[in-house]
Design a protein around this ligand. Structure first.
Ligand code: AMP
Ligand code: GLY
Length: 436
């Protein structure tokens, strides 16, 4: 079968690398892809939110399956677009329907869904222009810190944790009266602050049943010991040491099962990855957010540990037979470390030539695969005149597998010491709280 992946970051390179290994994959296309995905398939320049263009591409390349990496096309309804079009309705689409993607696309929808299905989450209230003044009163009396969330997608920037009432009220005003996060952010969820440690749990679901994938933890801050500005993610680890069996059992019973049952009860069509952003509070899981896709950089560790044929899992998902699949997970630890452009997440320059050191050597390249324990996943890279150059803030994710987390981190750092581009930066302390 010919397969098309939509997206162009580290997650999509990890998906491409994994899908290419499947015996069911004939030709692989990635739109738009990056210099790394070009090693697993053919990149095609396309706007992934232009569904007519994606349809044309699917017909031209005889695509049998489309795997969607990022959330925007899903929230914009790409699943429904395919299913409602005679010419492309039989193409397998990995992702939820537009309505189900609201679990990520609307914080208010997700919160109300959790309330309806008794899924543990922080207490909240929702406000917009119609009850703006009530919102200000509510905020004045709210415990601190208080969490404000823009309802719609805001490229990871729509959550504010406010330490005092004045800050909370002025941000609230900016969001509702001045559309700080756009029209969809004019609705605001005001939520209790939860104190605990976070992790990401992933399932692949066919809307009725699910399989549990390896859990992961990502590191969002730019600086050592989780300090400084938030980024798209500076690294990830899997497994997560505190996600032991009893805790994961609780996650399954209290969070995952009621969510999948909720999808069924509400007739929300869902055939894809579901990502639970969780926080462990007093030993129990609570949901911070749902995402309707794999995480980035979590995918770069999750897919490294997953031993199954991913296309086979997708086919089972599409036939609603996911429960017949047995998930096989590498018991080793994985650590991904992101190399980013100097200045990121603020302003940074693009177009820096990347030197891969001894990794360029064909002999060394052979060992840079999962058996050798290491993968260099590309994120913001592009090929220009036969050179690979940077074209984004997050540039490469070096993922390693080893017997212990400390060794996996060490291995990724060692590989990163071979890679150079001007002003390259990476965190050396990914997984720090679990390494003595
Ligand atoms: P989100 O965009 O929903 O992933 O939120 C971004 C980040 O904000 C999360 O990863 C958490 O670190 C933090 N956050 C969101 N909601 C809460 C909450 N209720 N309590 C504490 N931290 C939160
Ligand atoms: N790493 C978090 C996310 O992909 O949303």
């Amino acid at each position: 079968m010919n397969i098309l992946i939509l997206g162009g970051g580290g997650r999509e390179h990890a998906l491409a690398w994994k899908i290419k290994q499947s015996t069911s994959c004939t030709k692989l296309f990635i739109a738009p892809g990056n210099a790394g995905t070009a090693q697993s398939g053919e990149n095609i320049d396309a706007n992934i939110n232009d569904f007519d263009a994606i349809k044309k591409l699917c017909l031209k390349k005889k695509i049998g399956m489309v795997v969607i990496g990022p959330e925007d096309p899903l929230v914009n309804g790409i699943y429904d677009f395919f299913k409602n079009d005679e010419e492309i309705k039989d193409i397998i689409v990995i992702g939820p329907s537009k309505e189900a993607a609201q679990l990520e696309g609307s914080k208010a929808f997700a919160k109300a869904f959790m309330m309806r299905h008794n899924i543990p989450t922080a207490g909240y209230k929702e406000f917009d222009e119609s009850n703006y003044l009530d919102g200000l009163e509510y905020l004045k009396k709210h415990s601190l810190p208080v969490v404000l969330k823009a309802d719609g997608l805001a490229a990871g920037k729509g959550v504010l944790i406010c330490q005092n009432h004045i800050e909370a009220m002025s941000e609230f005003e900016l969001m509702i009266q001045r559309a700080k996060f756009g029209e969809a952010g004019k609705k605001v969820v005001v939520e209790e602050f939860l104190k605990g440690i976070e992790l990401s749990v992933f399932v692949l679901t066919d809307g009725k049943k699910f399989v549990l994938l390896p859990e992961a933890k990502d590191y969002k801050r730019i600086g050592k010991n989780d300090t400084g500005l938030n980024t798209g993610g500076m690294g990830a680890i899997s497994p997560v040491p505190f996600a032991h069996e009893a805790f994961m059992q609780s996650v399954i019973e209290k969070v995952i099962e009621p969510t999948i049952l909720g999808l069924q009860k509400e007739n929300l069509e869902y055939k894809g990855f579901l990502f639970f952003g969780l926080i462990k509070v007093d030993g129990e899981p609570m949901v911070i957010e749902y995402n309707c896709r794999l995480g980035d950089p979590e995918a770069e560790v999750v897919l490294l540990r997953l031993k199954n044929d991913l296309v086979q899992l997708f086919e089972a998902t599409s036939r609603q037979r996911i429960h017949e699949e047995k998930i096989l997970i590498d018991s080793r630890s994985a650590a991904a470390i992101m190399a980013v452009s100097g200045g990121y997440p603020g302003e940074y320059e693009k177009g820096k030539q990347i030197d891969f050191g001894y990794l360029e050597n064909p002999e060394a390249k052979k060992s840079i695969d999962v058996d050798g324990g290491v993968m260099v996943f590309h994120a913001g890279t592009v090929k220009r005149d036969n050179e690979i150059v940077t074209c984004g803030g997050r540039v490469l994710a070096v993922s390693s597998l080893a017997d212990t987390l400390a060794e996996a981190v060490e291995l990724s750092i060692e590989i990163l010491s071979q890679i150079y581009f001007e002003d390259m930066y990476f965190r050396k302390d990914i997984g720090f709280e679990f390494i003595s």
